[in-house]
Design a protein around this ligand. Structure first.
Ligand code: AMP
Length: 209
């Protein structure tokens, strides 16, 4: 099954995509993670997008679509996939339509106050990428990853100025995709404000898994 997880930053798309990927045996493809890996490895792409990510702006469609096209051509994507954070513009959705059919678009609906709480409290392991929250999902030892002992950090785009930019990019460029996919009959909106387990149960019901 080919799926898209849609929603504002902090909606829980990444957490839910990781859970669904594990239980359904399809790859979790996060364009944000792919860009962050390119930055960490100092590739040509990484150098181009570093400042864009730090400021919370959207990477241009041509770079983003090329990255996704390449990722979807890998062997593991033949069984299906979950796209997390792509598409984020109508242009990207049109480009994806020409690459592959999408079976289900899940739109995670979360109120603004909750999004801010989630993003400002988010901590991420530098080494393995595991995500924590200082209040709702703290690590056992402050600043240290439970899973691998790596150092926890605040994503540069989880700082207040960048959060504002990301939320306005979402409202202006990404939210119109809700109607775009709604008109194609592949959209399901679910309440993303509960615990990951509660949201997953609702997702599993809708996806029939
Ligand atoms: P995320 O981890 O999904 O919040 O993405 C982090 C950042 O990566 C975004 O704020 C953008 O700068 C960039 N990014 C990720 N996905 C896309 C996309 N589909 N289009 C443009 N920029 C993206």
């Amino acid at each position: 099954m080919n799926m898209i997880f849609l929603g504002p930053p902090g909606a829980g798309k990444g957490t839910l995509a990781a859970m669904a990927s594990k239980s359904m045996g399809v790859p979790h493809i996060s364009t944000g993670d792919l860009f962050r890996a390119a930055i960490k490895n100092e590739t040509e792409l990484g150098k181009k997008v570093k400042d864009i990510l730090a400021e919370g702006r959207l990477v241009p469609d041509d770079l983003t679509v090329a990255l996704v096209r390449e990722r979807l051509s890998l062997a593991d994507a033949a069984v299906g996939w979950i796209l997390d954070g792509f598409p984020r513009t109508i242009g990207q959705a049109e480009a994806l339509e020409a690459i592959a059919a999408v079976n289900l678009v899940v739109n995670f609906d979360v109120p603004d106050e909750k999004i801010l709480f989630r993003l400002t409290g988010r901590r991420v392991c530098k080494a393995c990428g595991k995500v924590y929250h200082v209040v709702t999902m703290p690590s056992k030892a402050e600043g240290v990853c439970d899973a691998c002992g790596g150092e926890l950090y605040v994503r540069p785009d989880d700082r207040e100025e960048a959060i504002k930019t990301r939320l306005s990019a979402y409202r202006e460029q990404t939210a119109p995709l809700i109607d775009w996919y709604g008109g194609r009959g592949s959209l399901a909106t679910i309440d993303g404000s509960g615990t990951p387990e509660a949201v997953y149960r609702e997702f599993a019901r809708i996806a029939g898994v």
